[in-house]
Design a protein. Structure first.
Length: 100
């Protein structure tokens, strides 16, 4: 359970990340959010709802805002070593680079 309290002053976007499985993010998160009338977006905010990889961690993530404007994130820490030089990339690119 997570409780959020309304602020009357100094409203700033809050960010909360929820640990999720890679499979849930890849297979269910976007449809789940859209079915709840929430708009998923990725870290790059490039207009797609494709989860992205933070290669430096490495981690897979997708974002959405709650009705109060808080930024929420489903994130899954991935196995393997981080590759900070790759920045933020698609899951497909991450897989292809790790198969080499």
């Amino acid at each position: 359970m997570l409780g959020l309290w309304e602020q009357k002053e100094n409203l700033q976007t809050r960010h909360f990340a929820f640990s999720s499985s890679k499979e849930d993010i890849l297979n269910y998160a976007v449809n789940f959010l859209e079915n709840k009338d929430l708009k998923p977006y990725n870290f790059l905010k490039n207009g797609t709802v494709e989860p992205m990889i933070f290669a430096w961690m490495p981690a897979l993530a997708i974002y959405f805002n709650d009705p109060d404007g808080n930024q929420l994130e489903f994130i899954s820490i991935l196995d393997g070593e981080g590759k900070p030089e790759l920045g933020v990339i698609t899951y497909e690119e991450w897989i292809s680079r790790n198969e080499m």
